[in-house]
Design a protein around this ligand. Structure first.
Ligand SMILES: Cc1cc2nc3c(=O)[nH]c(=O)nc-3n(C[C@H](O)[C@H](O)[C@H](O)COP(=O)(O)OP(=O)(O)OC[C@H]3O[C@@H](n4cnc5c(N)ncnc54)[C@H](O)[C@@H]3O)c2cc1C
Length: 595
């Protein structure tokens, strides 16, 4: 049975030692969350994830969700009880506005807990995760009546949320969507259409399910300019706020899928279901983007979470499995062979995953803190800078942490040799579960296009220039430090490669957009590498400062992992740059018929 221990100490190191979260007391909610409270909350969330939710991960995978003949869906054994415990513990709305039943604590804290939850059980974590995303969209765009009706119930987790974008013929290109909304004349609309692949679309864990549905109002323009967002509850809320009459919408089928079996992925049929407009008519994509951006961050965290859980198991196995002798002489002479962790190639794999996980955690917490600033700061300049950061980093966190999360789950599985391929060890589940994170919430190719096509040039390149400036200044300030110098040298080289790739796009992609499309994925990974390198440089500097105050084994390990990152992973920046600057010609040379 796979193991999992939430990395609470590492979270605290990043939040307090590196990112100095205790300096944000001016933001609402932060003064109410001093370090001892944050430690207690992280500790308690670790406990519930490790003891209650993680033990259900394998059962969720093997039993899965079942659609009953009446269209209801039964979740795997234990899921409902664990969900009740989770929501009764107040975890659903930890960072949400207290005006609607939230606790107003930092989003960065919620993000940290999101990692633990998904590491414990990715499929389970999607039920609260989607609810939080739907709450965010309603909070920003819905009118007061809708907010009052839905948000308090969702904040307690009595009602859960979903997002309904995808249709059989329409995934990435939402302009093609056909679901239709007809005004009922009383302010409500009648929604008709079919949505597919709807996560948590129907289940038995909550009293009501609140669907956020994209549809086209009769007569609205074709394409993305005619899409509106509707809130469509499974049960229509009564005047007293409880769930009432059943709305004509149903789960037609549960998709048979490769992983995340514990989450019900539904075909949802809307047969004249009653819904209410959220935000302005024909501006539905703007409103849904609040949910999508929230969800993209969460999916990036899911990628990290599978990498971390798979890593912890691979380490335990590598310490236990005896095969061969160390090249530098036996390390366990009393045993018939050494544990495989003595072999450099095994170490290469484990160190690669570890270095990416720790940098990925820092990157996502740094970005989550920027989300706090962008939502809560009253300083316009600070707020704008944080919003720029979020816009720039969202596709990178989503695309890079999920591509690497899947790669790392495979690498961790490799540590088990043939046993990794055998279900009993549970490594296959991490690989299968991690795979979806690269696909949903915008497939990763689309994240890369978003970065290159929209985010780089936004506001005259303001966000990207701010990032270059911040990393460049850090390098200039620390390049002469004897211990950090070599790492800073590697980071500076990565930054130069990233700047060169950016410049190449400016000179070669405007007149020939295929060059932007061709280089977008290597560019996204180059950006992710430099962003993780910057996180490692900051963590190494912090570790060194702490070591100056006295011996600390954890900080020694941090420095060693930082060195590994810069020596073994950072050099990939040159290869990414070469791929970007090769352009589209060889990629597009063959006519489609030649494939
Ligand atoms: C398990 C699961 C859960 C899901 N949950 C939800 C959910 O809760 N709600 C919801 O609405 N949807 C959900 N989805 C749908 C998911 O978001 C879509 O599958 C995804 O956005 C891709 O759409 P598609 O499958 O139609 O692929 P397509 O859009 O057909 O894309 C196919 C491939 O072509 C590439 N591609 C497409 N257009 C371009 C382009 N212009 N440039 C470059 N490459 C391009 C894509 O990157 C992709 O690799 C879920 C899917 C799965 C499998």
């Amino acid at each position: 049975m796979p193991i999992y221990k939430a990395p609470v100490e590492d979270t605290l190191f990043v939040l307090y030692d590196v990112l100095k979260m205790d300096g944000y007391g001016n933001l609402p909610g932060f003064a109410d969350a001093p370090r001892d409270l944050v430690e207690a909350v992280l500790g308690e969330s670790a406990r519930i994830c490790e003891e209650v939710i993680q033990p259900l991960n394998v059962v969720g995978d093997t039993v899965g969700c079942k659609r009953n003949d009446d269209g209801s869906v039964t979740t795997p054994p234990g899921f409902k009880e664990a969900y009740d415990q989770y929501r009764e513990g107040g975890w659903m709305a930890l960072s949400f506005d207290p005006a609607y039943g939230g606790q107003g604590l930092p989003l960065a804290l919620n993000a940290a807990i999101g990692e633990y939850l998904s590491s414990s059980n990715l499929a389970f974590g999607m039920y609260p995760g989607l609810t939080q995303g739907a709450m965010a969209a309603l909070y920003v765009h819905a009118n007061d009546e809708i907010k009052q009706t839905y948000l308090p119930k969702m904040a307690t987790g009595e009602w859960t949320g979903t997002m309904n974008l995808t249709e059989p013929h329409c995934g990435t290109d939402l302009g093609l969507l056909r679901s239709k909304a007809v005004p009922n004349g009383d302010g409500s609309y009648s929604i008709t259409g079919q949505k597919i692949f709807i996560s948590a679309g129907e289940h038995d864990m909550s009293d009501n399910i609140i669907h956020l549905v994209l549809a086209r109002i009769e007569g609205a323009p074709a394409g993305t300019k005619g899409i509106s967002l509707f809130v469509v509850p499974k049960f229509l809320p009564k005047a007293d706020g409880t769930a009432g009459e059943r709305n004509p919408l149903s789960c037609g089928k549960i998709e048979e899928k490769m992983g995340i079996h514990g989450n019900s992925t539904c075909v949802m049929n809307y047969d004249g279901a009653k819904g209410w407009l959220v935000g302005e008519a024909n501006k539905g994509l703007n409103a849904m983007f609040v949910m999508m951006n929230e969800a993209r961050m969460s999916v990036g965290i899911q990628g990290l979470s599978q990498s971390e859980a798979a890593y912890q198991n691979a380490v335990a196995y590598a310490k236990d499995r005896l095969q061969g002798r160390s090249l530098s002489g036996p390390k366990a002479p009393d045993k018939p062979a050494d544990p495989i962790i003595v072999h450099p190639d095994v170490r290469r794999t484990l160190m690669t995953i570890r270095a990416i996980n720790e940098a990925g955690r820092a990157l996502m917490l740094w970005t989550a803190l920027q989300a706090d600033i962008s939502h809560r700061s009253e300083d316009a300049a600070e707020k704008q800078k944080a919003e720029d950061h979020m816009g720039l980093m969202t596709p990178i966190v989503k695309g890079v942490l999920t591509d690497l999360g899947f790669d790392n789950a495979v690498k961790a599985q490799q540590m088990y040799g043939g046993h990794g391929y055998i279900n009993e060890w549970g490594m296959g589940q991490f690989v299968r579960d991690a795979r979806i994170t690269m696909i949903y919430e915008g497939a990763n190719g689309i994240q890369a296009l978003d970065l290159v096509g929209r985010k780089l040039g936004a506001n005259g390149g303001r966000a990207v220039m701010t990032f270059f400036n911040e990393v460049g200044t850090f390098c200039a300030q620390n390049k002469d430090d004897a211990a950090l110098g070599p790492m800073i040298g590697a980071l500076s080289k990565g930054l130069k490669d990233l700047q060169a790739a950016t410049m190449w796009f400016m000179q070669n992609a405007l007149a020939k957009p295929d060059n932007a499309g061709a280089g977008s994925t290597p560019y996204m990974h180059l950006f992710g590498l430099v962003a993780m390198g910057y996180m490692w440089a900051r963590m190494a500097k912090t570790a060194q400062e702490k070591l100056a105050g006295g011996a600390d084994e954890r900080m020694t390990h941090k420095l060693a992992t930082a060195r590994f990152f810069f020596e073994q992973l950072m050099p990939e920046s040159g290869a990414h740059l070469a791929r970007v600057t090769a352009g589209a010609d060889s990629m597009m040379a063959l006519p489609a018929e030649a494939f």
